[in-house]
Design a binder for this molecule. Structure first.
Ligand code: OGA
Ligand code: MN
Length: 320
């Protein structure tokens, strides 16, 4: 190898080290390693099984305002401990989205069962309604945007993960807003969209809803652009649950929503999380979207459990 080739390789090494291993950030007692240029941080050395001090809660909130997604690895939580941790951040949402019939396999009724398992812990049959229904999570969305008061934090804990696939991706809606052309910002900033769980399920061709479910699935209006109540940052508020824009013809509305979603989920805005058992991942639904990725769900169990902290009201009442 010539001296100049050696030099070039050394320079490339140095470059990749600086881009791959960003400096950890200290917030209170947390040391956080950035996972991406704008979204996601990894926290190590915490044990969330016991009581959470106000100082730790405040540090996590501050870190969430900056990173929007936190990966807290190595948490051997049971349902009660996961739930108790979440309650430190605000009131907890009901797990029911209005269209499930699996019955809750889990001991805590506010806990969302994000698994492919039935009540006996066996893999759900291929044609099971819950399996069809859960496929909606593969579309980019923000949790509970179809409720009057959409979710604040989702806290998803990994109990069993498949050997490959089944990652979760997070897109930074603040960075997407920041990069949106000025003309588009002006066009969308005051729009109100209708969100419904029925809309996202229909997108995958799932269309078997009872009259009662359709009634419970009545849409909620939400702003398309919101300002984060503690960081002050503006973000797009997109979701697969959007079915219309107030005052617009539906095809025109959905064409715009598709364009915005495509823009906002470019790879440069996305952090992909590959799960390890006992990861607790917290994301802020007010300024991110997420989606699950497929895996061999007829072969491998995947058992993730989610507790969701409620948001503070309808976004229609928020100021930009
Ligand atoms: C969720 C969700 C995606 C996944 O728990 O809200 O959308 O990867 N999960 O399981
Ligand atoms: Mn979700």
């Amino acid at each position: 190898m010539t001296a100049s080739t050696k030099q070039r390789l050394a320079a490339m090494d140095a470059e990749s080290t600086t881009t791959l291993c960003e400096e950890p950030v200290t917030i209170g007692q947390l040391r956080i390693t950035p996972l991406h240029s704008t979204i996601g941080g990894r926290v190590q050395g915490l044990d969330l099984r016991g009581p959470v001090s106000d100082a730790l809660r405040d540090a996590i909130n501050t870190a969430m305002d900056r990173f929007a997604v936190l990966v807290i690895a190595g948490q051997q939580l049971d349902d009660a401990q996961q739930f108790a941790f979440a309650t430190r951040f605000g009131p907890i949402e009901d797990a029911s989205s209005g269209v499930k019939e699996r019955g809750n396999r889990l001991s805590i009724k506010e806990m969302n069962d994000i698994s492919n398992l039935d009540a006996d812990g066996k893999i759900l049959a291929a044609d099971h309604r819950n399996r069809m229904y859960a496929l909606g999570n593969l579309l980019w969305h923000s949790d509970s945007s179809f409720k009057r008061s959409p979710a604040q934090y989702s806290m998803l804990h990994a109990r069993v993960v498949p050997p490959e696939g089944g990652e979760t991706e997070f897109a930074d809606m603040r960075a997407a807003w920041d990069e949106l052309p000025a003309k588009m910002k002006e066009k969308v900033k005051d729009l109100i969209c209708d969100h419904s769980i029925i809309t996202s399920r229909k997108k995958l061709g799932f269309d078997e809803f009872s009259a009662e479910e359709l009634k419970r699935g009545a849409p909620s209006p939400q702003r398309l652009v919101r300002r984060h109540e503690s960081s002050g940052r503006i973000s797009l508020f997109l979701s697969a649950h959007i079915g219309s824009i107030h005052g617009w013809h539906v095809p025109q509305a959905l064409a715009l929503i598709n364009d915005l979603t495509e823009f906002a989920t470019q790879r440069k805005f996305v952090y992909q999380h590959t799960w390890t058992v006992h990861d607790l991942v917290i994301w802020d639904n007010r300024c991110t979207m997420h989606r699950g990725r497929t895996y061999d769900s007829h072969v491998y169990p995947r058992d993730l459990r989610r507790v969701t902290v409620r948001g503070s009201g309808s976004t229609v009442d928020e100021q930009l």
